[in-house]
Design a protein around this ligand. Sequence first.
Ligand code: URA
Length: 433
Amino acid sequence: MRVVDIIQKKRENQVLTEDEIRFLLENYQIGKVPDYQIASFLMTVYFNGMNTEELKVFTKTMIDSGETIDFPGVEKFLIDKHSTGGVGDKTTIALAPIFGALGMGTAKLSGKGLGHTGGTIDKFESIKGFRFSNSKEELIKIVNETGTGLMGQAESIVPLDKKLYALRDVTATVSSIPLIASSIMSKKLAVHADAIILDVKVGSGAFMKNIDEARELATTMYKLGRAFDRNIVCILTNMDEPLGNAVGNSLEVVEAIETLKGNGPKDFTYLVEVLGAQALILKGDIKTLEEGIERVKEVIKNGDALMMLKKFIKGSGGDPNVCDDYSLLNIATETLEYSVEESGYIKHIDAEKIGKAAMMLGAGRATKDDVIDHSVGIIMQKKVGDRFEKGEILLTLYHQNNMRDEIIETLDGAFVFSQEKVEKIPTILDIIG
Ligand code: URA
């Protein structure tokens, strides 16, 4: 078999066999196929795609490039919830304890943030002493003890994805739907949770900017999950404005805790209710979304979900008192209130620009080696559809005396106003599954 023939076959839009896909990827992993041939192959996939069978083999080969994780002895129904990333996305912090309070568990790999979207690892690391599982053994142990297991991206899980992603990044092939789907799903399928919930974010602050592309990605990932006989649902959710009000690590932890106390912002609370309900549907406990939402509301109201978060923080080396005393978190004391010299309704908030402003304050990384400042960020006081008067605060910046004109200019470009009343944007756009 010759690599050049495989590239040519895909270039001519023919279907590749299992042997061809395996030959290409396995030899790439061990350094026998050079980057330039794989780069060329990736471009043919970018233009011609892969059918479900090819994608299944491609994904399976990715999974086989590393270790997989099973949870022997864990009786709880385990959920792997994954978000494609957005601004203010603190969902896991509130949702994992909700799963716990509903009698289920969480087992997932989590990432560090890069660019304008934050990572769950960074958010939890706002809590002093908190540490993630960093081996398969630790993950299994903490899932058994607390019902929640989150592990930083491990080198040993789908190592081929890291190599391929680095190449996609410099060959303009990151945005290929089959390549994104196999990259995300290989990491989900390598961890043997009982069900997968994918939150595909759509909008200015997300990787997928429009609903059609996002639906195509969600459908592709759903089909892949089913091809591997997994219990899976994909939810398309709005990222045309930040999720909730808080953007920035410590501030988002506070918002997630407040949500578990019943004081969360409406959009974020509704999202965790729907995702919690979907988990119960996948488990087979209930039939309708409404029943599930009621069950989630109950565990928030009776304090069980908050108790589960405290248990998880304690089990991870952090101080659970943080849930009752936010002074234990590092939150910047310098603030700046942002307002404008006009009145009206908020028509649009460019979530990406809000994320970039937070990143410039230090809440995110421009490059992967940057060090995060957990204390800084933004609290949105107004969201799409809200009325505001001249001089009224639209958002508050928490900073470390590092305000720059550039940050304010970014915020100036983030808002679109209207004199007409504007409808709020729905949080959930579609459910596939
Ligand atoms: N996230 C991933 O893990 N892979 C991609 O290709 C895109 C987003």
